[in-house]
Design a protein around this ligand. Structure first.
Ligand SMILES: Cc1cc2nc3c(=O)[nH]c(=O)nc-3n(C[C@H](O)[C@H](O)[C@H](O)COP(=O)(O)OP(=O)(O)OC[C@H]3O[C@@H](n4cnc5c(N)ncnc54)[C@H](O)[C@@H]3O)c2cc1C
Length: 292
């Protein structure tokens, strides 16, 4: 591994100043679970690291009425242990619970999961369906970016070289909303997703009908995607049988453009993405679309 200069700012202002002065040659590090692997593989061009893990302003979870704000360096374990997450955004809870092992979750952060911009990042489909926004800061400006506009490609985001991702905002689920997160990895436990997906449905006054549907899938395209054709079908059809759910899940076929890699072939990924949506919807249907 090459020689690295390490910076440990205590405040966000100090961090933004240092990052601005070292634009282009400095990389942010939070939990380091992803970055250290890349450093060891020689995949990081920068030779300066800005460790943001000791900055209090970047940590913690805030109840903001209909919204929840999560500071970028809040760890996955801290998110799982917060009572608001399990009750108000169970989709995100299930997504984070599926990430890696307890040891990794104790140090890895949600900001790192998002900024890493892996198409297989497990928090991302959940943030998509929960109307997520990313907050960034530099010494010049603050930005609030819809999560769907944040990702430009694998490992590519709209973050500028002097910006830090400071937090994420999501919308709480209402009592008339149901949903799920599902993931298929290569093995149980700490596996990176072969495909993952999340769904949120807002119930209509008529049974088995939904006034709003949000569907997202990961690892089936260069970035996590919304499955709009499936969403439209869920909003226009009565979801009254497993056959109907099978038909709607099959529409996923038209929305994904996966690649083949070591974790799965194109065809396998396409089939798994259909199955993920089918099984999740079928569980909800068989449970009477009740919030469990
Ligand atoms: C064994 C193992 C298993 C894993 N399993 C999973 C899994 O099941 N699911 C999954 O989604 N991921 C998994 N990961 C990947 C990784 O643990 C997660 O993506 C984690 O959330 C990254 O967070 P971090 O704080 O460690 O990020 P870091 O490694 O510190 O950073 C990751 C990237 O984001 C940038 N970055 C971090 N924070 C910020 C910020 N606030 N502002 C700007 N840029 C920032 C860094 O510069 C770097 O490019 C796994 C990793 C390992 C090693």
């Amino acid at each position: 591994m090459k020689e690295i200069d390490y910076f440990f700012p205590k405040t966000l202002e100090e961090a933004l100043q240092i990052l601005n002065e070292n634009k282009g040659s400095m990389r942010v590090i939070a939990g380091g679970t992803d970055l250290v692997v890349r450093l060891k593989q020689g995949q990081v061009k920068e030779d300066r690291l800005l460790d943001i893990s000791r900055i209090d302003a970047l940590k913690g979870i805030e109840d903001r009425g209909e919204k929840i704000y999560i500071g970028a360096t809040t760890t996955h374990t801290e998110i799982l242990e917060h009572p608001l997450i399990k009750t108000s955004v169970p989709i995100l809870h299930d997504a984070i619970k599926s990430i890696a092992s307890l040891q990794i979750r104790n140090i890895a952060t949600i900001g790192g999961n998002v900024a890493n911009a892996s198409p297989a990042g497990d928090s991302i489909p959940a943030l998509f369906v929960l109307n997520g926004f990313v907050f960034t800061k530099s010494i010049e400006e603050e930005r609030k970016i819809p999560i769907e506009e944040f990702f430009l490609g694998p490992s590519k985001t709209s973050l500028k070289e002097n910006e830090i991702l400071v937090g994420i905002e999501i919308t709480k689920m209402q009592d008339d909303e149901v949903g799920f997160f599902r993931k298929v990895g290569q093995r149980k436990g700490t596996a990176i997703s072969v495909v993952n997906g999340a769904v949120r449905l807002k119930k209509d006054s008529k049974p088995n009908r939904f006034s709003k549907a949000f569907v997202s899938l990961g690892a089936v395209a260069p970035t996590v995607v919304r499955a709009k054709i499936v969403e439209n079908a869920l909003e226009s059809e009565e979801i009254d049988s497993l056959d109907k759910i099978m038909y709607i899940s099959g529409l996923v076929f038209r929305e994904v453009s996966p690649i083949s890699d070591v974790r799965g072939s194109l065809e396998y990924r396409r089939d798994v993405s259909i199955n993920i949506i089918y099984e999740g919807l079928a569980d909800l249907f068989l449970n009477g679309f009740r919030r469990s």
